[in-house]
Design a protein around this ligand. Structure first.
Ligand code: MC0
Length: 139
């Protein structure tokens, strides 16, 4: 099901400071920003010049009681997730459940740019929070 490495997610305490850091020091360009209230994040997708390729997703918490807020409180800022692009998030989730992995959601939820996402619990994926991303049509 995996068709690409969609993005790598980094938990950051301050989104604007993190955007400045990655654009100024590494020449990355901001391709998209949005707030996801359900997930409690303000996020930005950054790409190497020319766009396309794997994105760097900067994730700042909207509130302490959020996945990112708890991650930073417990572990500090840093790599928080690895996102695989899949052709069909429901089929991929079902196949992984059949192999005994825990998926975090019964049904896919909304992710960046209206994608449909699910996650494998990090304890079932070698300590890595693995996200499955099915991009919206046209993305
Ligand atoms: C927690 N753990 C992790 C981890 N988060 N390990 C690796 N990577 C991570 N990101 C570990 C903890 O250290 C702990 O291990 C164990 O997993 C349970 O953690 P916890 O602190 O007890 O549990 P929570 O409350 O932090 O929940 C962890 C969980 C949560 C993965 C379930 O973060 C979650 O639901 N994440 C999925 C949603 C998400 O990440 N949303 C924000 C980005 P020990 O050994 O101490 O027991 S929004 C997004 O990415 C999508 C929607 C998008 O924008 O497209």
């Amino acid at each position: 099901y995996v068709t690409a490495i969609d993005h790598v997610g980094i938990a950051v305490p301050d989104l604007d400071a993190a955007i400045a850091f990655h654009t100024e020091h590494f020449g990355l360009e901001v391709g998209h920003q949005e707030v996801n209230e359900e997930q409690g994040v303000r996020e930005a997708m950054l790409y190497a010049p020319g766009g396309g390729g794997t994105a760097i997703q900067l994730l700042a918490p909207l509130r302490e009681d959020s996945a990112i807020g708890k991650f930073i409180a417990k572990s500090g800022p840093g790599l928080q997730q690895l996102a695989y692009r899949v052709s069909d998030v429901d089929a991929a989730a079902e196949a992984l459940r059949a192999k005994g992995l825990r998926l975090l959601y019964d049904a896919a939820k909304r992710g960046t740019s209206d994608s449909r996402v699910n996650f494998v619990h990090p304890k079932d994926a070698g300590g890595v929070l693995v996200e499955l991303v099915e991009p919206a049509a046209g993305h």
